[in-house]
Design a protein around this ligand. Structure first.
Ligand SMILES: Nc1ncnc2c1ncn2[C@@H]1O[C@H](COP(=O)(O)OP(=O)(O)O)[C@@H](O)[C@H]1O
Ligand SMILES: [Mg+2]
Length: 357
């Protein structure tokens, strides 16, 4: 055996189709989400029979397939019908009513939108959608900073389904009553995948993305377990890509257990990068937690105020809850003691829970 048998030639790669590891890649099949997709479809179905659709709040932690399931349904519908207009908007990118209305007009192919106000834009959009039926999906709706757009749509669009997608079910609690009562929607939870489901999903992606045999069994299995523990498929896609890059760096034809371990070791860095997705004030609060980890929420709020923070305590608390839901921090409630009940906010170490495979 030659010394170089196990090495990649410079024109070779472990990747067959790297795009398949992109978070926005939509596979042909979305396994383990059939029943959720059916449920969403049943909310939309009445629109095909000249009736009104149902509204739906889709919720679940990050990386459990909410976005991909909804986009998949839209893709299928697009192929089947022209009778129902489909509009998908990500409220992280479009976070004001004006931006959302501009985007809607754009997606409807409405021209001459320059210098128009939000109301005027909505007027034009309404004229188009009210000639047919429409499904709106507002993804990451909790990132929107105002909700006039939602009110207008619920009030003035006749035949519609509004799908709201969020990581936080609690988002609904803080929603304006005017909107909540008009929404009167159903709830659909996306639970995290178990070990077997995680394996199935990552295997499918592995087959799309890598040349056969690129992953050693042990390397793949380690990533599957780690991902299942973190309950976030996105992290698994990231780990597969990282491990492959590490293997390629050493010109190996196969991704070894050690490459997988190294990719997991780098995950902490990744979670920090991930926090770039937080809103500015959430990030500022996370930085405070990072500085004085283990602090009482009251003290944290005080140093937040000292640094010129402008949020009221309740909003601050809500931000902390969101950081917890996003797994950036953990909260510990203490009872009794001299100061009565309080909450201790701690920085969450991504690998703590699963360090020992
Ligand atoms: N059931 C599934 N089948 C195939 N891919 C999935 C499935 N669930 C999640 N994914 C993939 O995992 C990643 C995260 O899913 P996504 O829908 O973006 O999560 P969420 O919107 O819940 O945060 C995406 O790349 C997506 O394609
Ligand atoms: Mg999503």
């Amino acid at each position: 055996m030659s010394l170089f048998d196990n090495m990649l030639h410079s024109d070779q790669s472990l990747f067959k189709n790297e795009i398949a590891l992109d978070y926005s890649f939509i596979p042909k099949l979305i396994p383990y989400r059939e029943s959720q997709q059916k449920y969403i479809a049943s909310c939309i179905k009445p629109l095909f029979h000249e009736r009104n659709g149902k509204n739906l709040l889709v919720y679940g932690k990050p990386g459990v397939g909410k976005t991909v399931a909804c986009k998949h349904i839209f893709q299928e519908l697009e192929e089947e019908t022209d009778d129902v207009i489909l509009i998908y908007i990500n409220c992280w990118q479009k976070n004001t009513s004006f931006k959302i209305m501009t985007d809607i007009c754009d997606k409807l192919g409405i021209k001459f939108v320059q210098n128009k106000k939000t109301d005027e834009l909505f007027g034009m959009a309404k004229n188009v959608v009210n000639k047919k039926a429409v499904v709106f999906a507002f993804d990451e709706v909790d990132k929107a900073e105002e909700f006039d757009f939602l009110y207008s749509i619920l009030e003035d669009v006749y035949r519609k389904s509004v799908l709201l997608i969020t990581n936080y079910k609690s988002w609904l609690d803080n929603l304006d009553e005017r909107i909540k009562s008009r929404l009167s929607g159903e709830l659909l939870e996306f639970k995290h995948y178990d070990l077997e489901e995680t394996r199935g999903i990552l295997k499918q992606r592995m087959e799309y993305a890598f040349v056969p045999g690129a992953f050693s069994k042990e390397a793949f299995e380690l990533i599957v377990k780690k991902t299942a523990g973190l309950e976030d498929i996105r992290k698994g896609l990231h780990l597969m890509k990282e491990a492959a890059n590490i293997a390629e760096d050493r010109s190996s034809k196969q991704i070894s257990l050690d490459d997988a371990k190294k990719s997991i070791g780098k995950l902490d860095e990744f979670s920090i990068k991930d926090s770039a997705e937080l809103l500015e004030d959430e990030r500022a609060i996370l930085d405070l937690v990072r500085d004085g980890s283990g602090g009482k929420i009251g003290d944290l709020f005080k140093s937040y105020k000292d640094k010129g923070g402008s949020l009221a305590y309740r909003t601050f608390q809500r931000k902390i809850n969101r950081l917890e839901e996003g797994k950036f921090v953990s909260l510990e409630k203490t009872e009794g003691g001299v100061e009565g009940n309080t909450t201790i906010v701690k920085l969450r170490e991504v690998n703590k829970k699963l360090g020992d495979f």
